[in-house]
Design a protein around this ligand. Sequence first.
Ligand SMILES: NC(=O)c1ccc[n+]([C@@H]2O[C@H](COP(=O)([O-])OP(=O)(O)OC[C@H]3O[C@@H](n4cnc5c(N)ncnc54)[C@H](OP(=O)(O)O)[C@@H]3O)[C@@H](O)[C@H]2O)c1
Length: 257
Amino acid sequence: MTTALITGATAGIGAAFARRLAADGHNLVLVARDTGRLQQLATDLHDRHGVEAEVLTADLATEDGIAQAEKRLADPRNPVDLLVNNAGFGNKGRFLEVSMADELTMLKVHCEAVLRLTAAAAGPMRERRRGAVINVASVAAFVPRGTYGASKAWVVQFTQGVARDLAGTGVRLMALCPGFVRTEFHQRAGMGTDNIPGWMWLDADKLVGAALTDLARGKTVSVPDPRYKALTGLVKLAPRGLLGGVSSKAGRKYGPQ
Ligand SMILES: NC(=O)c1ccc[n+]([C@@H]2O[C@H](COP(=O)([O-])OP(=O)(O)OC[C@H]3O[C@@H](n4cnc5c(N)ncnc54)[C@H](OP(=O)(O)O)[C@@H]3O)[C@@H](O)[C@H]2O)c1
C-alpha cells in the first residue's frame, strides 16, 4: 500500500484526488486549513475504503504551514509515494485592484509552497528510487492572465525542469493543466461564471481519472479533455495580442468589491 499527500484536499479537485486515490487503496495525508472538513473526509474515506487517512491542518500561505507539510513529507518512518500539490485560489480582481499582500499570498501558495514541498518529497523519493509529484497548474499557464496565469506558468516550467533533472531516478513529475472545473474556486474568488459557456466546464472526478492515466503514461504536462487539448493547440498558433484580449476576460467577471 502506498501513501499520497494531497494539499487542498477539503474541496474541488483535491477532494476528487482523495476520493479516487482512496478507492484505489492508497493511504492518504490530507492537507488544508479547515480541520473539520478534513476530518470528515478522512473518516468517510476510511469507512468506505478501509484506508488510513491522516489529517494535517496547515495554511500553506504561512511559513509554519509550509514547514509542517515539509516535515511530514520528509518523515522516513512514514514515506509519501505521491505528492499532489493542488492547494490554490483566485484573487478577486485584476492587477492593481488586488492588494499586494494578496498577490504575494498567491505566489506563496502557488509557487513557494510547490517548490518547497516538491523538494521535501522528491529527495526521499530519489533515495527510494520511486515516487511521483503532480503539480496542479492550469491552462491559464499558457495565456496572459494576470498573476494567477503567471504563477501557473511558473508551476508548468518548474515541473518540466525538475522532471528533466530527475529523469532516470525513479521520480516522476507532472504538471496538471485543467480548464474550467466545477469546484468552489470561482465562488471563493468572487468570480461570476455566467459568461463561461457550459461546454467549457469539466468534472473534477473525470479530470482526476484522466490525470492519473497521463501520469501512468509518463506525461510531464497533462491537459485532460479533448476540448482543452484543441484549445491549447490553437493558443500556440494564435497571435499573443489576440490571445491576451480573450483570455484576460473569460471567467473574470467579479462581483462587488
Ligand atoms: N476550478 C477550476 O476551474 C480550476 C482550473 C484550473 C486550475 N485550478 C487549480 O486547481 C487547484 C484546486 O482548485 P479547486 O478548483 O479545487 O478550488 P477549491 O474547490 O476552491 O479548492 C481549493 C482547495 O485549496 C485549499 N487551500 C486554499 N488556500 C489554501 C492555503 N492557504 N493553505 C492550504 N490549503 C489551501 C482549500 O482548502 P481550505 O480552504 O480548507 O484551506 C481547498 O481545499 C488550484 O490550484 C487551482 O488554481 C482550478
